[in-house]
Design a protein around this ligand. Structure first.
Ligand code: 5AD
Length: 425
């Protein structure tokens, strides 16, 4: 499912339809009936959906080109770095410079990344869905509300039937083409159960499935891949070894995280990985290393701000307005830098950023170079219980769903094409 820039029909005659977006006019075909004045969404020069003028205006505002920051206020050094990013990898010094930008250079960094997104990925924003099927977790990560020692959390597990039904509804009724199945590290679900869930969903729906179930052996991941999963979401959380060890009780190691990433690649998974941003003691040097690791492993970026959470050992970490703003800005800078470094990578807007930045967080992320959205599809009775962090943001109803909901084959094919560039399918 994707969101794209709306175009207005300016004339219709027997052979073709002329549409306009901005100053550009073009001829398109159509699989729907249109008349002059209608607003439509098109894929590959075919109008596939009519939308209201009001919705069109809202999408245009979101995807519209932002004014570029005036050149004269930017330092020579900054301009040199941005220019260099067009043709070569940036050095450590250059990346750290960008991480430290403020004021006009900060704004310019984000708008440059947005320009790169538009140049490489056009105005397509992918919309994916996530189903959080269990909040049981055997781990005890110091930052996470699902940690097993948190006795204040009411736990739930969805049955395989519920998971399959939720997935099928998302695909059939709403048009989702990519679903993430996520849970705490919960061994209640055996390999066989997971395989069956994936197989059944794949039998019933034309959809890509990504899984996010934590550290399990290579063999489990092989079986799940054979059952039909295409991608994994698996964060390394932080590349700072000392910090990693502090945050994770014994039994977890950064080395093991890297081993997982390696075998995911070997097994042919589309890998979404990344870190948490703004962890206590984390420095820009660590963030630089996190960025390099994402560059090494990620087909899709999965990173977000750390949010102090009740009932966890890190619940008292600073969470004042200034700290929040700093994390939001750092997250946006990271999105922008990764977009400059990895022109085609998928960067979703994450819920944690929306939790800190509110509704604007989504728009701000897209305007900094993000190109995907992840909507929560967990049944509403379970949703408040998947409390990885406090005050987790979610919309009761995603009004954006109806903009971008292409139940059409084109939308699936586009995603398939995109995936095929990175993995064997
Ligand atoms: N703040 C932000 N993100 C968190 N996660 C876990 N706890 C928190 C928190 N307090 C993230 C981790 C994990 C993902 C599922 O949720 O990065 O990989």
């Amino acid at each position: 499912m994707c969101l794209t820039i709306p175009k207005q029909v300016i004339s219709v005659n027997q052979r073709d339809i002329k549409v306009r977006s901005g100053k550009k006019t073009e001829k398109v075909g159509a699989i729907i009936k249109v008349k002059k004045g209608d607003w439509v969404l098109t894929i590959n020069n075919i109008a596939i959906k009519r939308i209201s003028k009001k919705d069109a205006k809202e999408i245009i505002e979101l995807l519209e080109k932002q004014p570029r920051t005036i050149n004269s206020v930017l330092s020579k050094e900054f301009k040199k770095i941005i220019e260099a990013s067009y043709s070569r990898q940036l050095t450590k010094r250059e990346i750290v410079y960008l991480l430290n930008t403020k004021g006009n250079e900060y704004k310019a960094l984000l708008s440059e990344a947005n320009t790169v997104r538009k140049a490489y990925l056009k105005d397509f924003i992918c919309i994916h869905g996530i189903i959080e099927f269990s909040n049981y977790c055997r781990n005890d990560c110091l930052y996470c509300g699902l940690r097993c020692q948190n006795k204040n959390l009411q736990r739930y597990r969805m049955t395989p039937e519920e998971i399959i039904e939720t997935a099928q509804k998302a695909v059939d009724e709403k048009g989702y083409k990519l679903l993430v199945l996520q849970s705490g590290e919960d061994y209640y679900y055996t390999d066989e159960m997971l395989e069956n869930i994936i197989k059944k969903i794949k039998e019933k729906c034309r959809v890509f499935i990504f899984i996010s179930i934590g550290e399990r052996g290579r063999e489990t991941y092989r079986k799940i891949k054979d059952a039909g999963a295409s991608g994994v979401l698996f964060r390394f959380e932080t590349s700072n070894l000392r910090l990693f060890e502090k945050l994770h009780p014994k039994g977890k190691s950064l080395k093991k995280r890297y081993e997982h990433l390696k075998f995911f690649k070997e097994l042919g998974y589309f890998v979404a990985t990344g870190s948490m941003i703004g962890l206590p003691e984390q420095k820009n040097n660590d963030i630089y290393k996190d960025i390099k690791l994402m560059q090494k492993w990620a087909n899709m970026i999965s990173m977000g701000p750390f949010i102090p959470t009740d009932d966890t050992p890190l619940g008292d970490a600073p969470n004042d307005e200034k700290t929040k703003q700093r994390k939001i800005e750092l997250n946006l800078k990271m999105i922008a830098i990764l977009r400059l470094l990895m022109k085609n990578v998928k960067i979703p807007v994450v819920t944690a950023l929306e939790t800190l930045a509110g509704e604007e967080g989504r728009k701000r992320s897209l305007l900094a170079g993000a190109n995907a959205l992840m909507f929560n599809l967990t049944p509403s009775k379970y949703r408040p219980l998947y409390k990885i962090y406090s005050d987790k943001f979610y919309q009761k109803k995603e009004k954006w769903e109806h903009y971008g909901l292409f139940k059409f084959e084109e939308s699936y094919k586009m995603l398939e094409e995109r995936m095929r560039k990175e993995i064997k399918i």
